[in-house]
Write a protein that binds this ligand. Sequence first.
Ligand code: ADP
Ligand code: ZN
Length: 761
Amino acid sequence: MAGESAPGLFPDLSLPDQSPSTGLFCQVALNRPMRCQYTYAVPEHMAEGLAPGMRVAVPFAGRRSVGVVVGLTEGTDIPAKRIKSVSDVLDPGPLLAQELLDLTEWMAAYYACSWGEALAAVLPAALKREGGRRTTAMLVAEDGVGPEQLVQLEERHPKQYRLLRTLLEVDGMIERKDILRRLGLSDSPAKSLAKRGWVRVENVESAQDDLLGGDASDRTRPDTLTPEQDASVVALEGQLDRGTYATFLLKGVTGSGKTEVYLRAIEYALAQGKGAIVLVPEIALTPQTVGWFRARFGNVAVLHSRMTDVQRLSMWRRVHAGECRVVVGARSAVFAPVPDLGVIVVDEEHEPSFKQGNVPRYHGRDVAVMRARKAGAVCILGSATPSLESWVNAEAGRYSLLELSSRVHGGPMPKVQVVDMRAEIAEVKRSVIFSRALIRRLKEALARGEQGILFLNRRGYSPVLWCRACGETVTCNDCSSPMNLHKRHGRLVCHTCCGESLPPTDCPSCTAPGLRFLGAGSERVEALLEEQLPEARVRRMDSDTMLRREDYEETLAAFGQGEIDLLVGTQMIAKGLDFPRVTVVGIISADSALHLPDFRAAERTFQLVSQVAGRAGRADLEGHIVIQTVAPEHHAIVQASRHDFETFAALEMGHRKELAYPPFGRLIRMVFEDEDEERGKDRAQHCAEVLRAQVAGPGLQVLGPAPAPFSMVRGRHRVHLLMKVGEQFTGADRVRSLMLELAHETGKTRVQIDVDPVGML
Ligand code: ADP
Ligand code: ZN
């Protein structure tokens, strides 16, 4: 709406010493890391109609900045000389309802950030600055540019090389912001390539949103519900009739029809004249998923991270105006400005991707519950493998539990075979990636014209380059991460910073020749499958092969139409796919997440194995799951193979309770990053001491500082502190404000505060 009140439309009468103040002041939240809101005087001609939730332009640190009015007062204690005036009012009416203002105020306090930073998560990018961008910058390689140009860049300009190589692979236009983020690059390699005349930037008005083009009719409304679905819907409708807040945990095995329950609850809310938000993990946000909602409700707004700023703004406006009553989206859709919110659904509520990785580091699920509470709405958290946090809340009665324990089509849960890879290797007397059982199942399925999915949590060809002589492995120069071989590009790649190098022939540590590539990533699995099952049509699906969202959709469509027999992939294939002809699912190594230094390692493994296993045998065909592991006795693997969430949860809770880890108490993590190792450590040490002296005590433990598991990233050393906050501890607010104070002390060390972290690396 910046265009509707263009700067300059009103003469600027707001210089503090010229215009007499009306006595009206507003508190403005700015998107900066600061501890309070700033107060500005409101010039007389702007006072009328000014309300919280409207954006204003204000002078801040010598510049004009856009902020959101969060309060209005008749007077202030701040001396008149120090008060500046609002420069412009940017909106004709509030963009944000009181409910979203309250929600962001809570987020700022809870996640220890500024109110303005929390608001920045709510507003679409185009509304965060004046005259927001109307076009989207796309990059494309010029015609005729090819291998010849690549060779010229290879030696001396590795970043330009990487960018051009990727653009040539994309073979079309791709959004600049998106590709630079993916390759971990700044703008400068793109500029240099443009200067050479090899790449061009095109500013497009509005790219087509592929999520809205999907087929809207592939799931019809069933006439009857299963008894369990029916009971859940009755409970939800009852709550909607009461019109007050409640959260439900909908625990339903894969294929039990959770989506139909969401759809019915939303139907009911719409009939009451209310709106709804559905959050799904980014990766599950496919045309198929969106199609289910569009088939039922027609006008559905979609919000996701890969939308252009222009698309996002236009969606946001339609939701704000009440034109779209149902919003489906990834994490940030929890902030969609739906008026009269009736229902918020969080599907796959256990997913760690609901947590945002940068400020404000909020958890979409927890914000959804809080928003429902503030809006008097019903929150539905759905999962086959609920997070232990939600499970404990259900056990304690804070959430109501709804269960779908059987599959809609009555079929049994797929048979799971756990293969002990240590025994397998001992029997076949060599190191193998595929067990004999897995190959046999795949061959049988192929012979019947059925399909298979192979899951592996790692991309590239080989994750370890190992020297036999000295035992060292090759790591990135800038990170403590190993270098992975990507064979197609003939390069070693760091998965932390995206940096590349040529594979050395001799060990960089001891100069002995004969480095060996150990282990397998998706690229190697694909190659091995083609070798061992030449009759199969194999396709790999990971972020190296799926450069554009279209690639992902096209591959899934080809798989759905039976043009591909075996799909090999990473996380990308673990979620929400529903293909009736898939009868074999193989998990190449179920242990890859198990040994991470993270207290949730077992929970993640259980979730992942259960999730992947749910991809088989969803229709009338029998499904087989083969789980390869070197830890067949681990409770995560044992219980996942039995589809037994409750036993897993009970065992895991025992461990958590002993160590006072969530869901028994909470964690707050502080990460200190510095190029200078000692300086970073000192800063962390200082913070630890202050926290110990001022807030530690019964119910609050300060652990560390200690090197973070990823002890170096992009040339910065990383140290972290962990606070364990007991359930009974009451001073958490004081802890957060002290942390914020410590984080804002000037210094070169970067300090991050992460409340309820989902990862500890
Ligand atoms: P979940 O999300 O729990 O894994 P889905 O919602 O994907 O399960 O449902 C599995 C399948 O069952 C879908 O193909 C869906 O269309 C179908 N389905 C759901 N409910 C019913 C019902 N009451 N009658 C017939 N089919 C149903
Ligand atoms: Zn690196």
